[in-house]
Design a protein around this ligand. Structure first.
Ligand SMILES: [Zn+2]
Length: 197
């Protein structure tokens, strides 16, 4: 099976899946995560031998990522076709895994929250810079969003310089006109090759 992945404008061809042995480290991490308990039947060594099993088989496109790996006894591993994961009663291990997933989700939400806060802070800084340079107390909303976008790309100081230049050129112009002039400065810098777009 060939997979074609797209990442922006870059396309990658993934070669047909080859069965590679799992590294000992990964095997150990999966078994330790599952606390050396067969996740299908609950059996433990020394009564059984544990192996690391692919939840979605490799030939069906399952990966070697740890999310797709699970501790299983040899009997469950070999007779897996007849078994269904959802038949298994929740074990302390699966409860621990759910707790871990939940914790990861909370962490991701906190990061997203930090990012939103950072954008809000940047927006506030752009408003302050704009109002200080222009000697006003407000800024046109759509002009602001363009300036915030530039500040994300090039930094607040650069955008501040452009606003100063635009304001010196057109001291009494509207916000939108200043915004257009700033966009013009950016465009000419990109054309000169001194700025990335
Ligand atoms: Zn088992």
């Amino acid at each position: 099976m060939n997979l074609l992945l797209r990442d922006g404008d870059n396309a990658f061809i993934l070669l047909p899946t080859m069965r590679r042995p799992l590294t000992p480290g990964k095997r150990f991490r999966v078994l330790a995560r599952d606390q050396y308990v067969c996740q299908y039947c609950g059996a433990q060594p020394p009564n059984v031998t544990l192996v690391v099993d692919h939840v979605i088989p490799v030939k069906e496109g399952g990966s070697d990522s740890e999310d797709n790996l699970i501790a299983a006894c040899v009997a469950c591993n070999s007779g897996k076709a007849a078994k269904r994961l959802e038949r298994i009663a929740p074990t302390p291990t699966s409860t621990a895994r759910l707790a871990r997933e939940r914790r990861n989700m909370i962490k991701a939400a906190a990061l997203a929250n930090d990012a939103a806060q950072a954008i809000q802070d940047l927006q506030q800084s752009v408003v302050e810079v704009w109002c200080e340079i222009r000697g006003t107390e407000r800024v046109d909303r759509s002009t602001l969003s363009v300036m915030v976008h530039y500040a994300k790309l090039y930094g607040l100081e650069t955008v501040g310089d452009w606003i100063v230049r635009a304001t010196m050129r057109f001291p009494c112009a509207s916000d939108r006109k200043i915004g257009r002039y700033v966009s013009g400065i950016r465009r000419s810098k990109i054309e000169q090759g001194t700025l990335i777009s």
